[in-house]
Design a binder for this molecule. Structure first.
Ligand code: HEM
Length: 453
């Protein structure tokens, strides 16, 4: 791979040289530059000093694939350290036999029929939400998308138990933000007002809210995820207890809205810079007529390529966390027992060995004729791999497609050609400035063909 430029290498080296907090500082400032620098300097396994520990960064698709597949059973999940207290006992934080047992039960809530029933409500729900968007210059797209996807997640996943009161929704949204942001906290004990403290309060608010709704969800026998989780069972008839349902719901609601928001906001940014692609996917969507079904949307080729390209350029989960349980070797690099390990999915998406001009927005690279994502089994891994591979992949694909299709059918937007959003990388990446876009309604003649209600 091309070495990091001398200026960026100098910059990363300067940050890394700061004792104890240099690693997190370099990561938070620019994770991709850090990963490039480490890969050029150390190869597939690079030690980085973090507060209280050394974390081994795993770089490149061979090494990432080996850790994700975990053939030697040398790794367990490493999320506990980052977000354990706030997403405790969510599926991603479980291991071994317990993880398998919970995943088997949870899978019953993500069968094809269940996903179809969740997604049937997506179109009208998104249309409702978009009614509240007021087109203008510098429309803050990121917070609008985040509100929208959290509303969708609570509406689709919690059915009748959805949060109707905007103030309550605001509190719940903030509680999720606080829990996710704690992952990047340098001080990992609660001190009044710090990140850890806010996350502890956030977790308590989420537990209180969901526990309060639980009896109604049990009674309802509805088709929403919350009710379904109270009923699903594995082949031996094992079901979740109340605490399990609450723990899984907190993780699922977080997983379901932050990641989809990230993909949708990357798409608004790149389509806002590229009129040709924006028009091309709009034409594809409008050709389906006034009310496309989720199934029709799932067959759109250009929209598919755009979404994949956005998830390549900005992986919503840039790194997944593991911990070594024995001394092991990964792609020739040594990782000692007990070491925290950061599997750098994002770097694989940007390596010129696997992608032509990797920094360019070029959805056609996913077309069958080019299929750059097939250059390596682990070249494109926004959803991870191995036993923890994302359970919500199919749902999220349909959600993001429906969301973008509805936006394309209703609005046209742009960003200045030289605008690059300043990203926060404290936890999951998001544009710190709210991603201001110039949002306009489409002329009625165009939107008449749109999938409005
Ligand atoms: C663009 C959207 C999404 C992306 C990029 C994404 C990414 C990921 C990644 C990388 C992992 C693996 C974590 C690891 O290996 O430690 C994961 C796990 C998971 N995701 Fe997603 N996710 C998305 C949407 C969703 C949605 C919508 C849901 C639920 C409705 C969901 C539920 C889960 C669950 C339950 C796990 C844990 C699986 C396990 O540990 O067995 N995700 N996701």
């Amino acid at each position: 791979m091309a070495a990091a430029s001398p200026a960026t290498s100098r910059w990363v080296r300067a940050k890394l040289a700061v004792p104890v907090i240099g690693g997190p500082l370099a990561y938070m400032h620019d994770p991709l530059t850090l990963m490039r620098h480490l890969y050029a300097r150390y190869g597939p396994v690079a030690p980085v000093s973090m507060p209280g520990r050394t974390t081994f960064f795993v770089l490149g698709p061979d090494a990432c694939g080996a850790v994700l597949q975990n053939g030697e059973r040398a790794f367990v999940n490493g999320w506990e350290f980052l977000v354990g207290p706030f997403f405790q006992r969510g599926l991603m934080l479980l291991d071994g036999a317990e993880h398998r047992r919970h995943r088997r039960i949870l899978q019953q809530a993500f069968t094809r029929e269940r996903i179809e029933s969740y997604t049937a409500a997506l179109g009208p729900a998104i249309a409702d939400e978009l009614d509240g968007w007021r087109p203008r210059a510098a429309f803050p797209a990121y917070p609008a998308l985040k509100r929208l996807t959290l509303n969708l997640a609570t509406r689709i996943f919690m059915g009748g138990h959805r949060i109707a009161d905007p103030a309550e929704l605001g509190r719940i949204n903030q509680a999720f933000i606080d829990c996710v942001q704690a992952g990047g906290a340098l001080l990992r004990v609660p001190v009044a007002g710090n990140k850890w403290h806010r996350a502890t309060r956030g977790r308590a608010a989420l537990e209180q809210f969901l526990t309060g709704q639980l009896p109604a969800a049990r009674e309802a026998s509805g088709d929403d995820l919350f009710s379904v989780l109270t009923r699903v069972q594995d082949e031996d008839g094992t079901r979740f207890g109340d605490l399990d349902v609450v723990n899984h719901m907190i993780f699922l609601l977080m997983a379901a809205h932050d990641t989809s928001t990230s993909t949708a906001s990357t798409a608004l940014y790149h389509l806002g810079r590229d009129d040709e692609w924006q028009e091309r996917v709009r034409e594809e969507v409008l050709a389906l007529g006034p009310d496309p079904t989720v199934r029709q949307l799932s067959e759109l080729r250009d929209l598919d390529m755009v979404i994949k390209e956005c998830q390549r350029l900005v992986a919503p989960v840039p790194v997944v966390a593991r911990r070594a349980v024995k001394d092991t070797e990964v792609a020739g690099g040594r990782i000692p027992a007990g070491a925290h390990t950061a599997v750098c999915l994002q770097l694989s998406h940007h390596l010129p060995e696997y992608w032509s001009r990797p920094e360019v927005f070029d959805p056609e690279r996913f077309a069958p004729e080019r299929a750059e994502d097939r250059s390596h089994r682990f070249a494109w891994t926004p959803f991870g791999g191995g036993v923890h591979k994302c359970l919500g992949m199919a749902f999220s694909d349909l959600e993001v497609r429906t969301l973008l299709a509805r936006i394309l059918a209703r609005f046209r937007w742009s960003v200045p050609p030289d605008y690059v959003p300043p990203m926060s990388n404290v936890s999951l990446p998001y544009p710190r400035d709210g991603l201001p876009i110039d949002l306009r309604s489409l002329p009625v003649s165009a939107s008449r063909r749109s999938p409005e209600r």
